[in-house]
Design a protein around this ligand. Structure first.
Ligand code: G1P
Length: 290
């Protein structure tokens, strides 16, 4: 069955980006000229997703505004003859149908996904964390869709990281069943380094069956006192197979200012229209303005 819906949790406080996140939602911070959130919605659309369900919190209304058509702006651009800019502005609201659900309290990622239960319904769906930006064509979700179809089971994106940083992530214990695909035996959220079962860590892309919702309803608060999606997946594993997919492509951590800076520079180097200018900037570094 085709995956039609993706849930994008975007209700966090963005504390690592304070003070800018006092008034700008983290998800709208840009890599070059596009918000992080748009890269993720584009990845969803490329994978065939038709409806995106964004979980936000009160006060983040600018996210909804971003995806709405802006007739006054479009008229202005059309009058100025700037077709390229006009196309880019229109593209945003044509990517997918975008719906919003509100998570009233910050009770954790698992709780945010549970908030989308009614909007998702009784079908397999994707979860995409907008902090994790993956640069690759085809995108990570399109690659995972292929794995899901072949194995007919839930799929979680993973990557190998240096052992020194495993404690920052969800970690899987898994048996390799083919190149880049592992059957998950166990999952643990942010374990102490010495207790981590491997250095295969979860990246924020999941394809899940609707049974995850009843698991999340039974999930007690875990790491950081929050209802963790990883703990819900552990419950799901008691009755369903789950696979981990080492997708192709590089993951950028858009959850920190330096991760976002790195993504901006590398995306700038990869894009034909900015490559030379970014290379010039990098060559000229080392003489701060003040
Ligand atoms: C979340 C998940 C974690 C995963 C990570 C990937 O953690 O809980 O399992 O490894 O995203 O970015 P967070 O980054 O929200 O602390």
């Amino acid at each position: 069955m085709k995956i039609r819906k993706a849930v994008i949790p975007a209700a966090g406080l963005g504390t690592r980006f304070l003070p800018v996140t006092k008034s700008v939602p983290k998800e709208l911070l840009p890599i070059l000229d596009k918000p992080m959130l748009q890269y993720v919605v584009e990845e969803a659309a490329e994978a065939g997703i038709e409806e995106v369900i964004i979980v936000t919190s009160p006060g983040k209304e600018t996210i909804a505004a971003y995806f709405q058509p802006d007739p006054a702006l479009e008229k202005h651009l059309a009058a100025g003859g700037d077709q390229d800019l006009l196309d880019r502005v229109r593209h945003v609201s044509s990517l997918a149908e975008v719906r919003f659900v509100i998570q009233e309290q910050p009770l954790g990622l698992g709780h945010a996904v549970l908030t989308a239960k009614a909007a998702v319904g009784d079908h397999p769906f994707a979860v995409m964390l907008p902090d994790d930006i993956v640069a690759h064509t085809p995108g990570a979700l399109a690659q995972m869709t292929e794995v899901r179809t072949r194995f007919d089971a839930g799929v979680v994106a993973v990557e190998r990281v240096p052992w020194e940083v495993v404690q920052n992530y969800g970690v899987v214990d898994a048996v390799e069943v083919e190149e880049r695909v592992h059957r998950i035996r166990q999952l643990v959220e942010k374990p102490p380094r010495e207790e981590a079962p491997s250095n295969l860590t979860i990246v924020g892309r999941y394809i899940l069956p609707p049974e995850i919702f009843s698991c999340l309803e039974r999930t007690p608060p875990g790491a950081r006192g929050e209802i963790q999606l990883t703990d819900g997946l552990s419950l799901l594993l008691e009755s369903q197979l789950l696979y981990a997919h080492e997708f192709q492509g590089r993951r950028y951590d858009g959850g920190t200012p330096l991760g976002l800076l790195r993504a901006s520079l590398e995306f700038g180097l990869a894009r034909a229209d900015t490559r030379d200018a970014v290379a010039d900037i990098l060559r000229g570094l080392g003489s701060p303005a003040s």
